[in-house]
Design a protein around this ligand. Structure first.
Ligand code: GLC
Length: 490
């Protein structure tokens, strides 16, 4: 009798038995360039820690490490009703949040689709559209009420230098936005001017990054949460540091060195100088063809906006070299950003060994008839891109934990890639285990857990508005003098 032991987990590679040698060679080359092994991950983490520290220094570095003026976690007793607005990459969401004072909340919300041209339209169009959505929200949820000035937590998730909790100078657009006249300016007055033009009785109490909101919201329901991450259209993280570890605040504020300060890392900018990340020629191409080349190097290898695009340009390259889709028209594949991360998810999730769902996808979406070996390559490529994204994300989480000396914590994570991309969470956890050497532990025992977050831009924004009001009542400083703006802006 042969003892077989526990069943091995099913191989994601599927069988490659019938794949011809030339395609196998291509698959093997893709595996080489897209795989980030444990040693490389550890090297990335060490470099990342240095870059996080550089970002906090007076001289600054590539990673902006922005003090957000969110200066405490909630205690769970926060109460009140708050408006929150989230300007994400794709949708606009308006919420009314009731904090119930016992780590509980109620939320009413409406979503508005951002018109496609808006990402590259004019600044006025953007602010007017947002003001109109708020107006529509108030009209449908508070019809015929005489509203007094309402305060709003505005989640504006782009790198903004903040000299106070209610302002933010946009350093640069990310996530494919390219609207003139906003970079280098404080977004709050522009937005409030639009609200005035439309007679919407609202003012901004707090300008919030989605990661900070996510951290605070998750800590509200789970006090073990010490970090907030977004893995969606873009990717980023926030955590709490203390003033003495933020040299760039020295001389600008008079705060006790132990005062906590939430930092919006804007880690998408990690390795903009290209010294450690294993970029492929495809990553270089994505960067060069993007509206902001040489920026967001880390984000461009991880975030949802780019995963499908990486897949598309690899396929086109292999087609042009004559390895796949012979005698097929690939016109539909030539359109930039025509594949999004959800298509990659569908490719990975095809349960059939002969990948018939992928076959249907390619015929209906692109008019391409695929052979089974081609589909196997296409699926393996999706796995490699998804796996690399999850593993690099884990390197970011590990770097913050190591920098802070955190050995055990929960990380609240949100975003379409984290929530919907197949295996992203398990792959990330596996990478953390490799980095920290948790060889004898099962995933449920891992001391650092990245888990689904509470709603950061709704509940988180409301909590931050509540915490700000509390600080004002307690007579603690809430922001800084305007002249500091120049010093913190980069
Ligand atoms: C981009 C933005 C950042 C945001 C992230 C996730 O990286 O610059 O502010 O947190 O996307 O939405």
């Amino acid at each position: 009798m042969v003892h077989l032991g526990p069943k091995k987990p099913p191989s994601r590679k599927g069988s490659m038995a019938d794949v011809p040698r030339d395609l196998l060679e291509q698959i093997s080359q893709l595996e080489t360039i897209f795989t980030v092994d444990a040693n490389k991950l550890k090297a990335i983490v060490e470099h990342f820690i240095k870059e996080l520290e550089k970002g906090l220094s007076k001289e600054g570095g590539s990673i902006p490490m922005i003090p957000t003026w969110v200066m405490s976690m909630p205690d769970g007793k926060e109460k009140g009703s708050y408006l929150a607005l989230d300007m994400g990459g794709t949708n606009l969401r308006v919420c009314e949040v009731q904090l119930l004072g016992n780590r509980d909340f109620d939320i009413t919300q409406s979503k508005y689709h951002m018109p496609p041209g808006m990402k590259t339209g004019t600044s006025e169009q953007l602010w007017d559209y947002i003001a109109e959505c708020l107006e529509a929200f108030l009209q449908s949820h508070h019809p015929d009420e005489a509203l007094h000035e309402l305060s709003l937590g505005f989640t504006f998730s782009y790198p903004c230098s903040q000299t106070a909790i209610d302002n933010g100078v946009l350093q640069r657009w990310t996530k494919g936005f390219d609207i003139d006249g906003v970079e280098g300016h404080d977004v709050q007055p522009m937005f409030e001017a639009a609200l005035k033009r439309k007679n919407v009785p609202i003012h901004v109490t707090a300008l919030i990054n989605d990661t900070t909101g996510t951290m605070v919201a998750s800590n509200y329901t789970d006090p073990e949460t010490q970090m907030g991450c977004i893995f969606g259209t873009g990717c980023n993280a926030a955590y709490f540091d203390v003033v003495k570890n933020i040299p760039k605040l020295e001389g600008l504020v008079d705060l006790d060195p132990e005062t906590p300060m939430a930092i919006n890392c804007e880690w998408g900018a990690f390795d903009n100088e290209h010294v450690i990340l294993p970029r492929t020629k495809y990553d270089v191409q994505i960067d060069e063809d993007s509206p902001r080349p040489n920026q967001q190097a880390f984000e461009k290898m991880i975030a949802g906006l780019y995963l499908g695009e990486i897949h598309r340009i690899v396929m086109l390259d292999l087609y042009e070299q004559g390895f796949i889709f012979e005698n097929q028209s690939v016109e539909a594949l030539k359109k930039p950003y025509s594949i999004d991360a959800s298509l990659l998810s569908q490719i990975e999730e095809d349960p059939f060994e002969n990948l018939t769902e992928v076959e249907d996808l390619f015929t209906t979406r692109f008019g391409i008839q695929t052979t089974e070996p081609e589909r196997k390559l296409v699926r393996r490529l999706a796995e490699l891109i998804g796996d690399r994204s999850a593993r690099l994300s884990a390197a970011g989480v590990a770097a913050i934990c190591k920098k802070k000396g955190i050995e055990k914590c929960h990380v609240g994570a949100d975003g379409s890639v984290f929530n919907k991309y197949p295996h992203f969470q398990e792959r990330g956890a596996q990478a953390l285990a490799e980095i920290f050497g948790w060889h004898d532990l099962t995933p449920t025992q891992y001391p650092i857990k990245v888990q689904p977050a509470e709603d950061g831009s709704g509940v988180g924004a409301a909590l931050i508005a509540a915490l700000t009001a509390k600080r004002v009542n307690e007579g603690l400083p809430v922001g800084m003098k305007p002249e500091i703006i120049a010093k913190l802006s980069k």
